[in-house]
Design a protein around this ligand. Structure first.
Ligand code: AP5
Ligand code: MG
Length: 208
């Protein structure tokens, strides 16, 4: 199964993808994670996109599409995947449609005020990417990842100004994909509010 997770920043795409891939044994491909890894490793791509990520802007389509093409050509992505955070623009969706069309597009609905609350309290492991929340899902030991012992930090783009920019970009550039995929009969919309396990149940039911 080839699936896209769509939704505003903070909708829970990464959290749900981590839960869903455990059950479905698919690779979880997050373009945000791939860009953050490039920044951390100071690759040529990382140096190009560092400032864009921190400000909450979108990386240009050509760079993003090239990154996804390369990742989808890896052997583990041959029979299915969950794409989290891609596509985010109509040209990206058109490129994916030509490369490897998704079977399903899952749109997680969460209101803006919920999203802002979640992002301002999110923490992430710098080493393995595991997602936490200081209010609802804190690590057992503050600042230390339960899974790998890595440093748990606040993402550079989880600052108020960047959160606002990301939400604006989402509305302007990404939300039109809901209609785009709806018109192609691929869209499933799921209420993203509630305990992640409850959201996972809704997701599994919708796909059954
Ligand atoms: P990316 O990393 O994809 O960020 P995003 O889309 O802004 O989404 P987030 O990761 O912020 O939110 P999420 O939905 O994954 O929520 P999460 O599960 O973490 O992209 C980062 C940047 O990379 C972009 O801004 C852009 O610059 C660039 N980029 C990436 N893809 C690109 C593309 N295709 N084109 C161009 N540029 C691109 O959850 C958030 C918080 O809520 C956590 O604390 C979590 O614990 C909590 N939470 C999750 N679910 C629940 C729940 N059900 N109840 C309560 N709390 C919950
Ligand atoms: Mg994410």
């Amino acid at each position: 199964m080839k699936m896209i997770f769509l939704g505003p920043p903070g909708a829970g795409k990464g959290t749900l993808a981590d839960l869903a891939v455990e059950e479905r044994k698919l690779p979880h491909i997050s373009t945000g994670d791939l860009f953050r890894a490039a920044v951390k490793n100071e690759t040529e791509l990382g140096l190009k996109v560092k400032g864009i990520l921190a400000s909450g802007g979108l990386v240009p389509d050509d760079l993003t599409i090239a990154l996804v093409k390369e990742r989808l050509s890896a052997p583990d992505a041959a029979s299915g995947w969950i794409l989290d955070g891609f596509p985010r623009t109509i040209p990206q969706a058109e490129a994916l449609e030509a490369l490897a069309p998704a079977d399903r597009v899952v749109n997680f609905e969460v209101a803006d005020e919920v999203v802002v609350g979640r992002l301002s309290t999110r923490r992430v492991c710098r080493a393995c990417g595991k997602i936490y929340n200081t209010k609802t899902m804190p690590p057992k030991k503050e600042g230390v990842c339960d899974a790998c012992g890595g440093e748990v930090y606040t993402r550079d783009d989880d600052k108020e100004a960047s959160i606002r920019t990301r939400l604006e970009n989402y509305r302007r550039q990404t939300a039109p994909l809901i209609q785009w995929y709806g018109a192609r009969g691929k869209l499933l919309t799921i209420d993203g509010v509630g305990d992640p396990k409850v959201v996972l149940e809704r997701f599994n039911k919708a796909l059954a």
